[in-house]
Every structure is written in structure tokens, then in C-alpha cells.
Design a protein around this ligand. Structure first.
Ligand code: C5P
Length: 303
């Protein structure tokens, strides 16, 4: 079997995110429909003697804090411990992370990188861990890491560890916009006041088109939007800018922010909206990207 040395780490989008009570472990119960976008980071790994190293490249490399960097390295180190002690000698990896997604921005950049590193090194080191084996390892690295192992639409509940295949999503496009200010997840949860609760949300099995998906999503919410806007008021301007573009069906924040997304039925409208928002605010990070599905034809480098 051939071993891949390079893997895509797609952006994670919370199409809605409802928050319930805080458990004794300090984590809130969630209910979310998570999907992925065809824009993301890239993780590469080559065998190396003994050590695990990481080199960061790409347009967002300067924004990467020690946390995100540590998440990829920690993923590698915990996985290495799964090798029997006697075969660990001499095993290592030279990891490269091409950082394209903004850091601490609600679209799972660090989580998706860590999940990608787990998937890649499981192959490279021939560990043969199953997806079920990898999930608890992923959860230890962060609440969003398990869902990022799946890379296709998922219902997410509990702290983030309860996952089930989501409904069939129609083709659609995202416009992702980040105002450039990292928003720490813990702080957003700490400021949470109003919440919808983490009760399961009923959904159709599938949606005939993007408008039908949006008709369903408008009745739902991202409960973290309000506290995130209190920390980073620019999020309000980002949402307005996206909502005003031609063809935008819905504008919402993802995760704990500050990245917001617009949903579009057509690629052309999404690309035009992205260039318009980019011209409007030069300092914002803006990308148009299709819905991404691991089982789809789109495994290779998007765009
Ligand atoms: O799991 P992760 O390290 O990504 O979580 C970061 C912080 O976000 C946690 O320390 C916690 O304050 C908050 N959080 C939460 N409930 C969740 C997920 C995260 O309160 N389900």
C-alpha cells in the first residue's frame, strides 16, 4: 500500500451551534452541524530518525502561536507513544505545516491540522489504528479534533466527542471572512449568557438545494456569536458585509469566531462576493470555497 506524505486539513464550519449547560469537567454540552470547506492547511510528513520536528510555512505562518504549533507536535508525540516501546527507537517524522487558515478563528485550523497529523502519521508509522482508536486521542488534543478526523458533515454533541453522520448536504459555496483578530475560545464560552440549550435538533434527511438548507438553518443559531461580538466587535461589521453581497443566502459566525461565513448557491456569486468584501476591507482574510466532503471527488488540492 502506498503511503501519502501530504494531507489536506480542511476548514471546519459550524452551520449552527447551540450551547447547553456546563458540565463538572468545565465543558459545555453542544449541539452542532459541522461541515467542511475546500480551503484549508496542508500537513506533510517524511520519515526521520528519532526526532519529531515541525516547520511552518504559508501565508499565515507568522500568526501561528505556540499553541497551534504545539497541537501538531503534541498530536505526533502522543501517537508515537502508541508504538511499542522497543520499536520506538529510530522512529520520528519531519512535519511541515502549510498554514493558510487564520489562527484561533472558529474554523478549526489548529484542530484540523492536529487531526490531519494523526491520520498521516498513523499511515507513515504503520500503526494501523482505526478511526475509533484515533477519536479519544484526538479528544485529548481538543474538543474539535475528533470531528476534524471525519472531514464530512457531522452532527456533533456532548463536549464535541459524540459524532454521527450529518444529513446529505446539497452543493453550495462558502465565503469565509476573518477580521484578523484572534478570539480565544475559552473567553467566548466564559462570556456566554443566552443559550439555546443542547437538545437534539430535528433535520430533514437531505435538502433538495442550497435554499432549502438555508430555510432550515435560519431557525437555528450560533449561541457563541453574541459573546464573541462582545470581545471582537468587528465580527458585526464582517457579518453585515457578507450579508449585503449579491447572492448571499445566509451570513453566520462559525465556532467561537471570529471567522464568519456566507452561504451561496453558485460558485460565481461566491467568488464575486469574496472579491467585493476583499476590496472593501484590505486587512480582512477572505476566501470563497466549495462545500468539502471527504468521500467526494475533491480529495486533491482544491482550486
Ligand atoms: O477543548 P478545547 O481546548 O478546544 O476548548 C477550549 C476551551 O473552550 C475550554 O477550555 C472551555 O473553556 C471551552 N469549551 C467549552 N465547552 C466545549 C468546548 C470548549 O466550554 N464543549
Amino acid at each position: 500500500m502506498s503511503v501519502d506524505h501530504r494531507i489536506f486539513a480542511p476548514a471546519k464550519i459550524n452551520l449552527f451551534l447551540h450551547v447547553g449547560g456546563r458540565g463538572p469537567d468545565g465543558y459545555h454540552a453542544l449541539q452542532s452541524l459541522v461541515a467542511f470547506a475546500g480551503v484549508g492547511d496542508w500537513v506533510e510528513a517524511d520519515p526521520r530518525m528519532d526526532a519529531v520536528t515541525l516547520e511552518v510555512t504559508g501565508p499565515q505562518r507568522n500568526a501561528i502561536g505556540e499553541d497551534a504549533e504545539n497541537l501538531v507536535l503534541r498530536a505526533a508525540k502522543v501517537l508515537r507513544d502508541y508504538l511499542p516501546a522497543r520499536s520506538r527507537t529510530g522512529i520520528g517524522a519531519a512535519l511541515r505545516l502549510e498554514k493558510i487558515l487564520p489562527v484561533a478563528s472558529g474554523i478549526g485550523g489548529g484542530s484540523s491540522d492536529a487531526a490531519a497529523a494523526l491520520l498521516l502519521l498513523n499511515q507513515l508509522w504503520n500503526l494501523r489504528l482505526t478511526p475509533k482508536d484515533l477519536e479519544p486521542i484526538a479528544l485529548n488534543l481538543g474538543s474539535d479534533v475528533p470531528v476534524c478526523l471525519r472531514r464530512r458533515p457531522q452532527w456533533m454533541s456532548g463536549r464535541g466527542e459524540q459524532l454521527a453522520d450529518g444529513p446529505q448536504l446539497p452543493p453550495f459555496w462558502y465565503v469565509l471572512v476573518n477580521p484578523g483578530m484572534p478570539v480565544p475560545t475559552g473567553e467566548v464560552f466564559a462570556r456566554l449568557q443566552a443559550r439555546r440549550g443542547a437538545e437534539p435538533v430535528l433535520a430533514p434527511k437531505g435538502f433538495p438545494d442550497a435554499s432549502a438548507l438555508v430555510d432550515w438553518l435560519v431557525g437555528l443559531n450560533n449561541d457563541l456569536e453574541e459573546p464573541a461580538r462582545a470581545i471582537a466587535p468587528q465580527i458585526g461589521s464582517v457579518l453585515n458585509a457578507i450579508a449585503q453581497t449579491h447572492g448571499c443566502l445566509l451570513a453566520r459566525m462559525s465556532g467561537s469566531g471570529g471567522t464568519c461565513f456566507g452561504l451561496f448557491a453558485e460558485a460565481e456569486a461566491a467568488q464575486e462576493a469574496a472579491s467585493l468584501v476583499e476590496r472593501l476591507e484590505m486587512g480582512w482574510w477572505v476566501r470563497a470555497a466549495p462545500q468539502y466532503n471527504e468521500s467526494g471527488p475533491d480529495l486533491k488540492r482544491p482550486g
